[in-house]
Design a protein around this ligand. Sequence first.
Ligand code: AHM
Ligand code: MG
Length: 330
Amino acid sequence: MNQFQTLGQFIIEKQADFPYAKGELSRLLRDIGIAAKIVNREVNKAGLMDILGSAGSENIQGESQQKLDIFANEQFISALRSGGECAILASEENEEVIHLSKHAKYIVAIDPLDGSSNIDVNVPVGTIFSIYRKSHDGPATIADVLQQGTFQVAAGYIIYGSSTMLVYTTGCGVNGFTLDPSIGEFCLSHPNLKTPPTGTMYSINEGNYVHFPLGVKKYIKYCQVEDPGSHRPYTSRYIGSMVADLHRNLIKGGIFIYPSTASAPKGKLRLVYECNPLAFVTEQAGGRATDGLGRRILELPVMELHQRPPIFIGATEMVQQAEVFMIASL
Ligand code: AHM
Ligand code: MG
């Protein structure tokens, strides 16, 4: 007999956490889990199929779309459309929002396959999702998508790695589920996941060093200085797949930084479907996520769908230390 609680069982049990729960959010999470399993299946056999490589097209942000980006996007759209609980979907792969179920009250923002440029070389990739509730009776509009991160009712990610995991929060802590391929179910493997208050790993694309703000350069040097009392020098770990970098740091303790750079003056990662959901998960796990100057990612005003902020995210004490260098270098 399976000794683990499945995602489905867990969601039903936790439905009681919501005073207004009528099962819609549970169904929405279940639909995301179903699409994730389909994406996982394709990612796993990617080398055998003609689905590796570029699709020859670009998304709204001028980034080359991989075939699996498009496939994953279609799977999530289709699962959320047929599930009937999503009014509007915003995706990294689509310039405009997609209207799904007129009478539904939830809004979903998603990066269907984050880090997909890594997929041809078998590096973990991920899906990031964020869920908001419509706060009015009329049809959902773009304004419902542009809610501040603090209004998320649920958020999470799926990591397609050496094992596939779904990690999510509804604002009552973070729980992680590992896909058991033998039964095709996500099973609770990391209940009440907490991130250490500090750690010894820093994750940043150091190839961009010359383009970093002074405060980031100083923080990197701080990470590299020998100081046994604070376990420095820290270990540098950067996969280039944010979900994988964040997941590792969340469990082991570390900081992930994508600052503004000369080529990306506002940062690279997107607020609505990358930074906000991962900030919600990280805060719920006991960590911190800011723009490097002490402003919570979750409180940043959302002006447009594909907006990008700098992000400093991970163990609370490490993020605070990086902020000290950033603020002192203003
Ligand atoms: P994507 O959404 O187009 O895949 O880009 C996001 C990815 C993140 O997963 C990762 O942290 C970052 O881009 C890596 O960027 P860089 O190669 O500039 O370090
Ligand atoms: Mg992405």
